[in-house]
Design a protein around this ligand. Structure first.
Ligand code: FAD
Ligand code: SF4
Length: 510
């Protein structure tokens, strides 16, 4: 039967069973679309990485004999919209059936269902064959339970998929080595050079500019280093195993002005675009570990496995359990606007200058920069979660709504009132100083609470706890912080609140 099969930009799974056999009745359709470049303003590196990976994917599979229609952003006959593309190519190829892989975004899922309802040919949706879990597996797992707990889900995943298990017990005798993953990096151990590809992407940038796609952020046209083929992704994985895994867990939470990537894998784009599957990442890492147990401690490996088998699948499950309502949640009723410096990195607060500057330069920041610097500031200054979400969704190379919104609105902004995190991730300068070296070269003093050069995070922290205390009065995990707030000298608190208001009113002056 003549069939059209749609492949979206984050469905670049070459190992999908669709490609087991070449069938001349099947035509695959891929398209760079304004509908996808414009729903939020994206970092230029993100647009380049997706388009280049899509082009490479269609070229590789065409070379294997599959028939592809590929629409570039600048093609004159590109309708730039999913519905028009699907109907146009069903008509052109006289297809009798339309098939697609289930999208990971609610927005696209709804759109495709609506398109299918209106088509007068047979339609069918397929799994992407990427994740460990199905869309609703987490929802079923927690059915009837009061509180979602990642650790319970993670342990079940470990058992179900036989990952780091020995005779039904966790390898190393413990499920979780998180406590050993809290080291500050002080120049040692040396961090291996970044894995680079040095691609020239001038033509693609010109095409994106000519199509008038609005983007932001920085890019080096002759030195693009994100992996955009499956082979490149595999080489990043190999590099991680050989060079970085040995210290991954120890320095997972560390931050440093001179080291943007530390021991992080930078595999999120490779996985979120589905060029690599989480299973092959985990299997490769474990193979490497079990061949090198003398050199690599189990805590380094378990920390990494937990992120992928635990957090990544957990976030996806929460997304499908909670959408579409999740995208409107604002339980802390935050209303402020995003400061301008989020788009420029121009601020005297050194931790934010580095973390935001790096995000604009690299389309990447690691987890603790996203959570405890940028997210922490956004929450303490009570920025509306819609604004925060839009920024995170646009800026990071790996940002796709299912994993962006659960991390940003949920884990980081506590806008879901505690679905993802049991308490808000907020801190004063103390934590930032403990985990990195930003404070040592800052205009502000991390130890001072009041006065012109006092670190803004200190006043913002107490102000936040005070302003939001009604929200936290029944939260056991906040009890200690709330009792410290209660004991605070009233005059000091009032001064702290004044300073916090000065920061909130004029964020770009700090
Ligand atoms: P590593 O530190 O090397 O970790 C390995 C892998 O574990 C990552 O590639 C990722 O696939 C997975 N992982 C780690 N933490 C998480 C997590 N919390 N949720 C899901 N997967 C995780 N991740 C995204 O993929 N897309 C996003 O849009 C995104 N937005 C975030 C927003 C905020 C506010 C925060 C706090 C975190 C966000 N994360 C997001 C999670 C995490 O920060 C990134 O996955 C990670 O920084 C990617 O870099 P890496 O590949 O070097 O990760
Ligand atoms: Fe950030 Fe405050 Fe430290 Fe400066 S002193 S780097 S603003 S935490």
């Amino acid at each position: 039967m003549k069939t059209i099969r749609l492949i979206l930009g984050d469905q670049l799974n070459q190992k999908h069973s669709w490609f087991n056999d070449v069938d001349e009745d099947i035509t695959y359709v891929m398209a760079e679309m304004r509908q996808e470049t414009d729903y939020v303003k994206h970092h230029i590196q993100k647009v380049v990485a997706f388009f280049l990976s899509m082009r490479n994917f269609s070229t590789t599979l065409s070379e294997k004999g599959h028939q592809f229609i590929y629409l570039k952003i600048s093609d004159e006959d590109n309708p730039q919209n999913l519905e028009k593309i699907i109907t146009t190519y069903i008509n052109k190829t006289k297809a009798e059936k339309f098939e697609y892989q289930l999208p990971d975004e609610y927005r696209l899922d709804e759109q495709l269902k609506n398109i299918c309802d209106a088509l007068d040919v047979e339609t069918e949706a397929f799994d992407t064959e990427h994740f460990y879990t199905t869309r609703y597996e987490l929802k079923d797992f927690f059915e009837g339970k009061k509180q979602l707990i990642m650790e319970n889900f993670y342990r079940t995943m470990r058992k179900k998929h036989d990952v780091m298990m020995v005779n039904d017990q966790p390898d190393g005798g413990k499920w979780n080595f998180d406590q050993s993953n809290r080291k500050k990096w002080k120049g040692e151990p040396k961090i291996p050079n970044e894995k680079t590809f040095g691609k020239n992407i001038e033509n693609l940038i010109t095409a994106i500019e000519n199509a008038e796609v609005k983007t932001f952020g920085n890019i080096k046209p002759d030195n693009f280093n994100w992996p955009t083929t499956r082979e490149e992704c595999l080489s990043v994985l190999e590099y991680f195993c050989k060079e970085l895994l040995v210290h991954f867990g120890d320095y997972q939470d560390a931050m440093h002005t001179e080291e943007k990537f530390l021991f992080h894998s930078r595999l999120s784009f490779a996985m979120n675009s589905k060029m690599l599957s989480p299973k092959e990442v985990i299997d490769t890492v474990l193979d490497h570990y079990y061949q090198n147990t003398e050199a690599i401690a189990i805590s380094q490996v378990e920390g990494f496995i937990r992120q992928i088998l635990g957090w990544r699948e957990y976030m996806r499950g929460i997304y499908w359990k909670e959408m579409p309502n999740y995208s409107t949640l604002n339980k802390l009723e935050n209303q402020n606007e995003l400061p301008d410096f989020f788009w420029t990195g121009k601020t005297d607060m050194n931790c934010l200058k580095h973390s935001i500057g790096q995000s604009l330069d690299e389309a990447y920041a690691h987890h603790i920069q996203r959570l405890m610097i940028i997210g922490n500031y956004a929450l303490l200054t009570q920025i509306h979660p819609d604004e925060v979400d839009k920024w995170y969704l646009g800026v990071y190379i790996d940002a796709i709504e299912w994993v962006e919104i659960t991390n940003t609105r949920g884990m980081s902004q506590f806008a879901d009132g505690g679905i993802v995190a049991t308490k808000p991730y907020v801190s004063s300068a103390n934590y930032i100083h403990k985990m990195g070296n930003y404070c040592s070269d800052c205009t502000y003093s991390h130890t001072k609470k009041l006065g012109e050069n006092a670190c803004p995070f200190n006043a913002l922290y107490w102000n936040f706890l005070d302003e939001k205390k009604e929200h936290f009065k029944n939260n056991n995990r906040m009890a200690m912080m709330m009792s410290l707030l209660d004991k605070k000298d009233k005059e000091e608190l009032s001064e702290l609140k004044k300073r916090a208001q000065a920061v909130i009113q004029n964020p770009d002056n700090f």
